[in-house]
Design a protein around this ligand. Structure first.
Ligand code: NAD
Length: 367
């Protein structure tokens, strides 16, 4: 598909142009070239993987937060506590794309030395798609698991059985490296949907599927507007009591254990637009356990066995976590990244807010 107008209400843009545009917005806002590149790399990859909720549509929110001081430009991670294989990294509300990368860099180096590193990352601005950090560890040959909470932001997700929101979409991720192959990456919000997916539906003015949202009275609804207009509703946790339980554990591990703080009236900011992420990561060198060769062979064996299952009617192939994202990336690299026109207009408005030259703003037919 040629670049330009996509299906109704969206534009399609080549990933490298989207990357240039995102980087240019960041640069015009005052980020260093290195920071702008890390932010653009992260957000555009999220779009390529099909997670538009965590793609460039976050830029207006990021720039709003750099302008009001809730996200600190050009800030770097600092080591707050250092016990060798257990470290606490303070993000100082810096861009999460910089802070989490630096925290994982240290964690990987320590895991190579000690066999394992437990990283408590606290007080980072939004760290985006958590799989990005699992993939960074996997590229270094490390297994990693990550629990994340959010504070500063208003509550979005109801606890299991609750009719009002008490925390946010608390994501969880585990990434498993593979020899000569792409890693297994299980990465999801512990809510039925990521909030960004509600934002995209609200922007597109479409209804959501059933079973995802409740209104202010606790009744099921498909209207994404309940998350944007008072009286507010809530997103449900995934997986009934099991997912609801995992969401609570994410807040306790990422928020209480790391020293980062849980989501509660103590940390929710008045206007509820801050997005501070805390993350507990455990990074393990497979060589320090059953041995790398054994691990790689067992992973291949087991994944082959799993994928050999006969698919259910209507299912083309049994996939393992990470595969759907890579298939979407192939498609979007070829056909361009679809962006709904409301999000596109918000990006253009943000570019103008940071006084980006008109010549640096892609002109999209259909926008
Ligand atoms: P999702 O519901 O799309 O689930 C994605 C996971 O399920 C991936 O691991 C994917 O490979 C796997 N998967 C999907 N279909 C599959 C299939 N058919 N077979 C096998 N595996 C399959 O993800 P989500 O809950 O919408 O989360 C989207 C993103 O939002 C994630 O990257 C998450 O980290 C991010 N997020 C971040 C924050 C934050 O505070 N930073 C908060 C919430 C979510």
């Amino acid at each position: 598909m040629a670049e330009g107008q996509g299906s109704v209400g969206e534009v399609r843009i080549k990933p490298d142009r989207l990357h240039d545009f995102t980087m240019a917005i960041c640069r015009a806002d005052g980020s260093s070239a290195e920071e702008a590149k890390l932010v653009a790399d992260h957000l555009v990859l999220a779009n390529l993987f099909g997670h538009d909720s965590h793609g460039v549509g976050m830029m207006p929110h990021y720039i709003q937060n750099t302008m009001n001081g809730a996200c600190k430009r050009n800030h770097h991670a600092t080591l707050d506590r250092d016990n060798g294989a257990v470290i606490v990294v303070d993000g100082g509300a810096g861009y999460g794309q910089v802070i989490a990368k630096e925290a994982m860099d240290i964690g990987i180096e320590r895991a190579k030395k000690h066999g394992v590193c437990v990283v408590g990352l606290k007080n980072s601005h939004h760290i985006g798609r958590i799989g990005h950090w699992g993939e960074q560890c996997a590229r270094a040959g490390m297994v990693s698991t990550h629990w994340v909470n959010v504070h500063g932001h208003k509550s979005l997700v109801a606890p299991f059985g609750g009719a009002e929101a008490r925390f946010t979409t608390n994501p969880y991720c585990t990434a498993i490296p593979r020899k000569g192959q792409e890693p297994i990456v299980l990465d999801f919000a512990t809510s039925q949907v990521a909030m960004g997916k509600v934002r995209v539906a609200n922007n597109k003015k479409i209804q959501m599927e059933e079973g995802l949202l409740i209104d202010a009275g606790g009744k099921a609804t498909t209207e994404p507007g309940v998350m944007y207009n008072a009286p507010y509703g809530a997103i449900l946790p995934f997986g009934l009591h099991k997912g609801g339980g995992l969401a609570v554990i994410c807040d306790l591990l990422a928020g209480a254990l790391t020293g980062g703080r849980t989501h509660s009236p103590r940390t929710i900011k008045k206007d509820g637009t801050d997005i501070i992420n805390n993350m507990l990561s455990i990074i393990i060198d497979p060589d320090s356990m059953g041995g790398t060769a054994f691990f790689e062979d067992e992973v291949d064996n087991f994944i082959g066995w799993v994928k050999s299952a006969k698919p259910q009617p209507g299912v083309a192939e049994v996939l393992v976590p990470g595969e759907p994202e890579r298939a979407r990336k192939l498609d979007r690299e070829k056909n361009g990244v679809p962006i709904d026109t409301t999000t596109w207009q918000q990006l253009v408005d943000t570019a103008r807010t940071v006084r980006l030259n008109d010549t640096d703003i892609p002109q999209m037919p259909g926008a």
